[in-house]
Write a protein that binds this ligand. Structure first.
Ligand code: CTP
Length: 403
């Protein structure tokens, strides 16, 4: 390690649960301690079957907490104090069972109780067998944790303790450590900035019960909003109809349905914005004459829908932008990716365009991962690997901020 680590002096609660990967937590603890962090280890009772508290307390220089009370003295360990003390909480490894308890608030051990009391950012590094990882209950619970704002450090694909090969191997300690370092080095670096984000699909009414829409889940835009807020920005998230929710106090959500409504909301927020990120999958066309009453199948011939072009929101903002305002667009392409993306960049007068190709498995509507390339108007191209959408969001702002 060269130079001073951003983690020096930070308070980290390291939660360890009962999985084979618990042995890797020793290396993570060593990295944190070497970086100058103060680490309080909390183990679930099952974790003690895998590694001994003695090793962990010796390395951290603090007694490991596992029970609500110290057996011989009766001293009560305050999860509330720990929750307030922590600058970050890392749960590595996180088993399916602990993840389920965290998702539903089953506070029957010191670790989950502290988790529920923690005000700091929580990082969760799952580790389990591939079938447990893929089970709908685990998938749903991890999604729930994500919706609470927890950062999931995705497990790797590799050989598991069962000797089966698949997704479920806890991320390496160095990689977890890097996630923490990266988190702290960018916290608050967008303070004072106002960011406008569009997300989700738009619905264009055909009649009161039918619409033209698309498969956009809004996940990328919501991840970008969360990242901007985490970095200290004030965010206006103009969202088409999606099933996602937002809890961060610095994110104002403006819910809209149609492209016209989305444009109006953007026009209102854009003059005060420093950065606009356009992730919405705006419907290109809308019915010219939406019916006021439900179109009845039996009463008429097959209807012919006359369509009109919707406004291009990104291009409108691109044309209106003042000196210093940054507009970022997305391009979802299936062919001639770079050419089409660069064409959109100049046509819409954008400063950056984020290209994702539908050719990449995992980079698609509704997924939690994405693989992007970012092109700047200055002609610089940055390529990134397949990553969770919250990390893609970080890459986008790192690129804009020149980090
Ligand atoms: N966009 C927008 N308003 C529209 C259409 C697109 O703001 N009416 C934005 C998107 O949010 C995205 C970028 O423009 O940031 C590119 O969107 P895309 O649908 O790929 O571009 P289109 O201009 O619709 O081009 P095409 O459908 O021909 O690929």
């Amino acid at each position: 390690m060269t130079g001073k680590s951003i983690l020096e002096g930070r308070h980290v609660v390291l939660g360890i649960t009962g999985g084979i990967a618990a042995y890797k937590s020793v290396s993570l603890l060593r990295l944190l301690v070497k970086a100058g962090a103060q680490v309080q280890v909390i183990m679930t009772p099952a974790a003690k079957e895998f590694i001994t508290p003695v090793t962990l307390s010796a390395l951290s220089g603090r007694p490991v907490i596992s029970e609500f009370f110290t057996a011989n003295t009766g001293e009560w360990h305050s999860h509330v104090d720990l929750g307030l003390w922590a600058d970050a909480m890392v749960i590595a490894p996180a088993t399916a069972s602990t993840i389920a308890k965290m998702a539903s608030g089953v506070a029957d051990n010191m670790l989950v109780t502290s988790y529920l009391s923690a005000r700091a950012q929580v990082f969760v590094a799952p580790a389990m067998d591939l079938d447990m990882m893929a089970h709908p209950s685990t998938v749903r619970n991890i999604d729930t944790l994500r919706s609470y704002g927890n950062i999931i450090i995705e497990p790797e694909v590799g050989e598991l303790a069962s000797h089966l090969i698949g997704k479920g191997r806890m991320e390496e300690p160095e990689a977890i450590f890097n996630v923490l370092e990266r988190y702290f080095s960018s916290a608050g670096d967008m303070a004072g900035k106002k960011v406008l984000i569009t997300a989700g699909p738009t619905y264009e009414k055909i009649d009161p019960v039918r619409f033209i829409g698309n498969y956009s889940s809004g996940k990328m835009g919501y991840a970008i909003a969360a990242e901007a807020a985490r970095r200290g920005a004030e965010v206006t998230l103009v969202s088409g109809p999606v099933s996602l929710s937002v809890t961060h106090p610095s994110i104002k959500v403006v819910r809209v349905e149609s492209a016209m409504q989305m444009l109006a909301a953007c026009e209102e927020a854009f003059p005060q914005s420093d950065i606009a990120v356009m992730t919405a999958a705006v419907a290109d066309y809308a019915p010219a004459h939406p019916a006021q009453v439900k179109i009845k199948r039996e009463k008429q011939d097959v209807p012919v829908l006359e369509l009109v072009k919707n406004p291009d929101i990104a291009a409108t903002l691109g044309a209106e932008k003042r000196e210093g305002q940054i507009v970022v667009g997305f391009a979802l392409e299936t062919d001639n990716e770079q050419e089409n993306a660069l064409d959109k960049l100049s046509r819409k007068n954008l400063d950056y365009i984020v290209l994702n190709s539908l050719r990449d498995a995992g980079a698609c509507f509704g997924t939690d991962t994405n693989k992007v390339s970012i092109f700047s108007a200055a002609g610089v191209r940055h390529d990134f690997g397949m990553k969770p959408k919250n990390e893609v969001a970080r890459d986008i702002f790192d690129t804009i901020l020149g980090k």
